[in-house]
Ligand binder design. Structure first.
Ligand code: SF4
Length: 187
C-alpha cells in the first residue's frame, strides 16, 4: 500500500532464490529492495549461472532491481587462502561471508541505500550470529545499517519453514551443496 511515505532502500545480498523467497515477503513492505547476486564462491560456473537465473526470476516477480556482481573467483580464492581444507561451517566460511557482505555494503553505499542484509542467515546450515556480527561490523564502518536475523521479525525456524514452502510453490531451483568447490565433497 502506498501511504505517500517513501520506503528506505535495502540492498539484499542473495545467494539463491530459495533462501530469498520468504525474506522478500518479509521485507517488501518495509523497503525498496535491490537484489544483489555477488557469489564468486560458487563452483562451477554452470551452477553459478543456474542459481543466478533463479534469482533473476525472483526479482522479476517483485518488479525489483537485480544487480549481478563480478564473478571474480580468483578474488574469492585469495580471500579464503589457507583455509581450503576446513569443513563446511568452519573457519573458511566467515571469510567467504565477509567478502560477499563487504561488496554488498559497498554497493549499498553507491546506490544511496541506508540498509543492507543477506539471505545467507536464513539458511539452517549457516550461523546467523557470525553473519550478523560480520555484517554489522561492515555496516558500522560504512555508516549503514545491517539487518540481522533478529531484525527479520520472526524466529529462524519459522522463516525457514515458510521459505521452503514458498520456494516449492515458485518451483525455484534447489541446489544440494553450499556453493564452493570445497563444499561439493559434503554432498
Ligand atoms: S562452504 Fe559455503 S559459506 Fe563456506 S566457504 Fe564454501 S561456499 Fe562459502
Amino acid at each position: 500500500m502506498n501511504n505517500g511515505i517513501s520506503k528506505p532502500t535495502l540492498v539484499l545480498h542473495i545467494c539463491c532464490a530459495i533462501c530469498g523467497a520468504y525474506l522478500s515477503e518479509l521485507l517488501k513492505d518495509r523497503f525498496t529492495i535491490i537484489y544483489y547476486y555477488y557469489n564468486p564462491n560458487i563452483h562451477p560456473q554452470e551452477e553459478y549461472e543456474r542459481r543466478r537465473d533463479s534469482v533473476i526470476k525472483l526479482a522479476s516477480l517483485y518488479g525489483s532491481e537485480f544487480i549481478e556482481g563480478d564473478y571474480d573467483t580468483q578474488n574469492w580464492h585469495k580471500a579464503i587462502a589457507g583455509f581450503e581444507g576446513e569443513p563446511e561451517g568452519g573457519k573458511r566460511c566467515p571469510l567467504c561471508f565477509r567478502l560477499r557482505l563487504a561488496k554488498t555494503g559497498e554497493l549499498a553505499l553507491a546506490k544511496g541505500a541506508t540498509h543492507f542484509t543477506t539471505t545467507l542467515a536464513a539458511s539452517p546450515y549457516k550461523n546467523e550470529d557470525i553473519i550478523g556480527a560480520i555484517g554489522t561490523d561492515i555496516a558500522n564502518k560504512l555508516g549503514l545499517t545491517f539487518l540481522t536475523m533478529a531484525d527479520f521479525g520472526e524466529p529462524k525456524k519459522d522463516i525457514w519453514a515458510k521459505t521452503r514452502a514458498l520456494a516449492k510453490e515458485h518451483g525455484f531451483y534447489h541446489q544440494n551443496y553450499c556453493g564452493c568447490i570445497f563444499s561439493i565433497r559434503n554432498k
